[in-house]
Design a protein around this ligand. Structure first.
Ligand code: CP
Length: 293
């Protein structure tokens, strides 16, 4: 059994194996795993939780859900004791989403006889979203060598960016970012970024694919932007920018309509969002297979 907490623990061969499984599942491959999986979601989620649950059930796993409001962590129980309880109850794996950064995590992983699958921890990692985005780009472009991908928006708080950029760099993609200076981490170049654009239109002209990120209002403890309207006009996907876009765009969801992207462009011709959501099921089946079998 394996755990997946951060994409930094994956080799290129691991990623190839997972994406190969995902392709097989998308083509209709059936695969069965015996056992119980807990879905411990202490933060809200629609697509990640439901696609993990569906993925687990399609693999024959039995699923059990624990939410933030009903877990004994609200009474002060530690994350470790919660996981230990699930281990003692015979669970094979735990898919978790938590509001805190799980780092360091090696001792935690080594101390439990459970497979731990990270479905998003604070601003740290969202490995399956990164894998979904990589899978979706490969499906569309084949080789990713020298593809240019621009992430736009709230880079500072984005676990999607941290997982996605690392995976893309592994496959030869040139990664750039653009956003308000207040939302660009100081160490952004250490995260695999080649270029930082101040002007989103210059970034759009450079990129083959633009990933608009969600403005993470729930994590913003300060006023990082003057207003959502000014943010949208300066950095969002407006109808004017859509015309300028020579390539395609993505968004991990959920979208803030008229803040990240104009609402009527979400499911438009240049959008890969529907592919991202559909592929989520197959990539999560692949990750569960890789971790649990
Ligand atoms: N992309 C993503 O993590 O979406 P949810 O918050 O709906 O799971």
């Amino acid at each position: 059994m394996r755990s997946l907490i951060s994409v930094s623990d994956l080799t290129r061969q691991d990623v190839e194996t997972i994406l190969g499984y995902a392709r097989g599942f998308k083509e209709g491959l059936s695969y069965k795993i015996e056992g119980d999986v807990a879905l411990l979601f202490l933060e809200s989620s629609t697509r990640t939780k439901i696609s993990f649950e569906k993925a687990a059930r399609l693999l024959g796993l039995r699923t059990y859900s624990i939410s933030g409001q009903t877990s004994s962590m609200t009474k002060g129980e530690s994350f470790y004791d919660t996981l230990k309880t699930l281990e003692l109850l015979g669970f094979k794996g735990v898919v978790f989403r938590v509001p805190f950064v799980l780092y360091p995590y090696k001792d935690l992983v080594d101390s439990l006889e459970l497979s731990l699958v990270n479905a998003g921890d604070g601003t740290h990692q969202h490995p399956t979203q990164g894998l979904i985005d990589l899978f979706t780009l490969r499906e569309r472009f084949g080789s990713l060598e020298s593809l240019k991908v621009l992430y736009v928006g709230d880079i500072l708080h984005s676990r999607v960016f941290r997982s996605g950029a690392a995976l893309m760099k592994m496959f030869g993609v040139s990664v750039a970012v653009c956003g308000p200076a207040t939302l660009i981490p100081k160490d952004v170049k250490a995260l695999g970024v080649e270029r930082v654009f101040k002007n989103v239109d210059e970034g759009i002209d450079w990129a083959d694919v633009v990933v608009w990120l969600r403005l993470q209002k729930e994590r913003q403890k300060e006023n990082y932007i003057p207003s959502e309207r000014s943010y949208f006009l300066e950095f969002g996907l407006t109808r004017e920018r859509y015309k300028r876009l020579k390539g395609l765009f993505m968004h991990p969801g959920p979208v803030n309509r008229e803040v990240d992207i104009a609402g009527d462009l979400i499911y438009s011709e240049k959008s890969l969002i529907e592919d991202q959501v559909r592929n989520g099921l197959f990539v999560r089946m692949a990750v569960l297979r890789w971790c649990l079998s």
